[in-house]
Design a binder for this molecule. Structure first.
Ligand SMILES: NC(=O)c1ccc[n+]([C@@H]2O[C@H](COP(=O)([O-])OP(=O)(O)OC[C@H]3O[C@@H](n4cnc5c(N)ncnc54)[C@H](OP(=O)(O)O)[C@@H]3O)[C@@H](O)[C@H]2O)c1
Length: 266
């Protein structure tokens, strides 16, 4: 899959990794479609991207991916405006840090809708319009590799994204659509503060510093995996190593470690 001259749709482009995807693609793509709720933040990003890249066209679609109507509106926007994408980057997502029983119902719903339903419905809705050769890059997480007490719904949603990506990669390979997922570890963006509840608990637990990777690296590795036709990447050597350890560890031992860590955090 070649990204030079491409026309990517990037969700969650108002912040963090989505913004970085737009920045790294701006020098290579012909057109970009930015999708998120905060239109003003995307307008600002558009100004920056267009100023630095003559000939680049940047379009903005403000939509709430946490609703059926918002997701349908994105697919309709692409159809009506003849955008003709060849890449879809399903990046929008959110977490909610704390125990499941104390979670707000609306935050649980939002995570499932944005992290799962948006990935499924945008992929399904845009697939017939995706030019070939084309690509879908899903932003999953290291959190998808193991059960995550305090982030139970988030971790499970990312396990879905990884599994979904690997299945689609097989189905769509014959059609000229490369499907891949990038599984970052902790990355400094607004994710942690957005996942924080009113009681102030944070996803930034101690002992995670060795896993942290800059957004620039996460995005560069994500784009490279799409270009090289591989299916999954854990950006950063330490993240890849930890993912391997999680995979090899017997499940009862993993649950024992998770219990210890959970209790220590109380
Ligand atoms: N940062 C990390 O440590 C980390 C690690 C692993 C995986 N990830 C994944 O990376 C992806 C990007 O997150 P980030 O780290 O860049 O976090 P971020 O800075 O909080 O950005 C999240 C993006 O998702 C968009 N979004 C959230 N809810 C939305 C909704 N209802 N409708 C439309 N857009 C919505 C936000 O846009 P609006 O608010 O403008 O709508 C924002 O652009 C997520 O899928 C996350 O799970 C992050």
């Amino acid at each position: 899959m070649k990204l030079n001259g491409s026309a990517p749709v990037i969700t969650g482009a108002s912040s963090g990794l989505g913004k970085e995807f737009a920045r790294q693609l701006a020098g290579r793509a012909d057109r970009l479609l930015l999708v998120a709720r905060r239109v003003e933040a995307m307008e600002q990003l558009k100004g920056e991207l267009v100023a630095g890249n003559s000939g680049l066209r940047v379009e903005i679609c403000g939509a709430d991916l946490g609703t059926v109507a918002g997701r349908a509106a994105v697919v309709e926007w692409v159809r009506v405006n003849g955008f003709e994408p060849d890449v879809l980057i399903n990046n929008a997502g959110l977490g909610d840090y704390g125990v499941f029983g104390a979670a707000e119902k609306e935050r649980l719903r939002e995570q499932v809708e944005v992290n799962i339903s948006a990935v499924v419905e945008l992929s399904h809705g845009l697939l017939p319009m995706l030019r070939r050769p084309g690509g879908i890059l899903n932003v999953s997480s290291l959190a998808g590799e193991l059960p995550m007490p305090d982030l139970a719904v988030y971790g499970a949603s990312k396990a879905f994204v990884t599994s979904f990506s690997e299945a689609l990669a097989v189905e769509l390979a014959e059609e000229g659509v490369t499907v891949a997922c990038v599984c970052p570890g902790p990355t400094p963006t607004n994710f942690g503060s957005n996942a924080r509840r009113a009681d102030g608990a944070d996803t930034n637990r101690s002992g995670q510093d060795f896993l942290k990777q800059p957004p620039e690296k996460v995005v560069a590795e994500g784009l490279r995996v799409l270009e090289t036709g591989r299916t999954r990447v854990f950006p950063g050597g330490s993240v890849a190593l930890v993912a391997l350890v999680f995979r090899l560890m017997p499940r009862p031992m993993l649950r024992w470690l998770l219990r210890r860590r959970f209790r220590a955090g109380r």
